[in-house]
Design a protein around this ligand. Sequence first.
Ligand code: BYC
Length: 307
Amino acid sequence: MSFDDLLADDGRVEPRDEMPDAYRRTLIRQIAQHAHSEIIGMQPEGNWISRAPSLRRKAILMAKVQDEAGHGLYLYAAAETLGVERADLLDQLHTGRQKYSSIFNYPTLSWADVGAIGWLVDGAAIVNQVPLCRCSYGPYARAMVRVCKEESFHQRQGFEILHTLAHGTPEQHAMAQDAVDRYWWPSLMMFGPPDDSSPNSAQSMAWGIKRFSNDDLRRRFVDMTVPQAEILGLTLPDPDIRWSEERGHYDFGPIDFTELGEVIAGNGPCNRDRMAHRVGAHEAGAWVRDAATAYEAKRAARAEGAA
Ligand code: BYC
């Protein structure tokens, strides 16, 4: 079946199928940036592993951060089915030629931030990623199924942390509120620029890579989150949020997209630290990659000798 027929039939494009170069390039860009976001996303939460308030919290957080590494792994593997090398993708991340999500350039100042990331950031990730389970490219769509299951656990652990704090002492409640105040707007920015200034959306939707626009997903996230904030007993830092009977959605106030532009351009609060840490970790891990390569060469030589 031709590429166009396959898309018209809502079929899945597989690695060996013919596909336009621009489709391949768009997928490599999006999947690689998604993978980079997963591994950079380990840093803000990793910051709290040693200071989590109990052994139980520590074990849960370690498992979550480890899950993010796994998500990066599935996604780099999905990108590799398009004919690129993981080492090249990492090089593009390290040299600033590929992006990662803006959200991971904000600091985690208190334990409540771990809760806010789980509730809001993983919540936004789920809203963005559930439709990607139906993405037209098979390996990406299949990777997303497992990622979404794990993200939904992450979102609940964040909600539970915030619920505990919000129902604790006045100081704990204030800490939870402060985290939500700082993470709310950056979470809305995760969905990308508004539709009328999103250069990639129209083509990505025509190809069935994106199933919904940035603004549609952002609206869906707000609709899902407002009632949850009420259950938590926390206030979202937007006085304009109110239910619109007419639209059947919550209205919300204007988003400062100049901030998103600045963060994407490398000028967010933590961009430099995140990249320095990432590049440092990569360099420190060189001996592991060398050892794995040497071991594989030895194993292959042995197998050849035995044959
Ligand atoms: N941050 O035309 P647009 C996670 C870029 S992982 C940075 O709308 P597109 C998690 C965009 O790349 C979260 N850059 O683009 C992990 C484009 O630049 P390029 C990551 C952004 O691709 C660990 C330009 O702006 N999720 O949740 O159609 C722990 C114009 O934008 C951002 C994914 O990657 C941003 N926020 O739509 C916890 C999901 N927004 O590439 C949680 C998959 C836009 O042309 N990706 N840009 O140089 C997507 O769904 C889409 O790529 C986006 C952007 C909706 C993000």
